[in-house]
Design a protein around this ligand. Sequence first.
Ligand code: ATP
Ligand code: MG
Length: 446
Amino acid sequence: MPATGTIPVTLAVVDPSERHNGTGLVRHDSPLDEAKIDADAAKIVRRLERSGFQAYLVGGCVRDLLLGSRPKDFDIATSARPEDVRSLFRNCRIIGRRFRLAHVVFGSKIIEVATFRRSPQTEAPVDPVESDGTGDDDAELAVDEDLLIRSDNVFGEAHEDALRRDFTINALFYDLDRRQVLDWCGGMGDIQRRTIHTIGDPTVRFREDPVRILRAVKFAARLDLGIAPDVYDAMVMNREELAKAARPRLSEEILRLLRGGAAHRSMFLLWEVGAMAMLLPELSTFLDDDEASPGASKRFWKRIDVLDQRTKAGPVDDLVYWTTLLYEPMAEALAGSKDPAATLTDFLEPIVARIALPRRAADGIRRIVGLLPKLAKGLVDGKLSRLGRADVALQALDVLEIDFTARGKSTVNVDKLRREIAPAAEAARAEGRANRSRRGGRSRSR
Ligand code: ATP
Ligand code: MG
């Protein structure tokens, strides 16, 4: 830091072309298709810039636009602090206690505006005796055998914000005014090669946050990208680190893998790298052990293919994802069971404990599986009226339809049944929701 008194009293506004000098920035003149950029996100960036802050589109939206796919949402990174953002946008709320973010709200759309932050690991004290000061020796690792990031809340500069991110393709910033992609870590080359690379040593990055292993699977599957060999090897080598991750993140990330429309590729990769054995051993052993029930894994993959088709056609309920994913090993467990309800509980409870599958989801799966034989029978003998009263009837019907399609059976009657039971099922669902919120209300007030 310069000595006091050497700083000019008025801070000169830095010419944007001089910004980030000396940070290793590479600028790419790669204009994104303006028509595909969310107009509200662009407005936020421009207003922040006009107010003297740095502001860029970042992360998934830049990656997706460069790869030619449609971004799910638009995120902004800025030098403005959350309070600055709030003072500029009336439709802004600040969320998060530990790391505060600004959400600018446009109806049902939320644009996340995050202040640049840096990796807390860059602050780790390096043993001055062991280290040669380059930062790339083993001593830095020895500082903390357990690299897991537990807090992530330090403001920083734009380049630090890029480098704290997980994969190079996720660390590109887009400068709307200059129509340039800002690249501090070779992400643009990886976009062109369609390859997933971690920023820095993959083992370190996966040990800092093992959920990144699942994120690599997600991007590879959803965007049809290759995984660099050293990254792939590190995913395999570090898969057991997943046991250290916060458990709700695990079930949430599995759902994201299922929801992406590339569940087949995702689940295959998850199984192949051995991460499925950590998260859902009941499914991975089922897939490993095809000889025990020949054709069963083929049925599983067919079912997941149908699930992908359904995802592409419209929204799918989370319960349908979970039940379809676990259907085959559940059916195997249930075969010959004298007490199906207890068998299902025994099957699902370890999953609740291991990946924090929400208890409500476990209950829903149990009820759907219980309903399936009755629905299938109802389709044959026409006694359907009571089935619609179950609050998971429609989801059960979706699971059944996926099952029929995967087996090549006609689904004409399923469609008919859906129309018949829809009103009663919707009413039962609404009632279930109301009961739950009443129960929730009581427990909160305790
Ligand atoms: P998606 O299209 O699935 O939303 P995304 O890349 O936008 O993909 P998000 O989970 O929305 O993913 O995260 C936004 C950005 O935040 C990422 O692009 C990445 O730069 C950064 N990020 C998210 N999770 C991590 C993580 N676990 N470690 C480091 N950086 C992360
Ligand atoms: Mg995103």
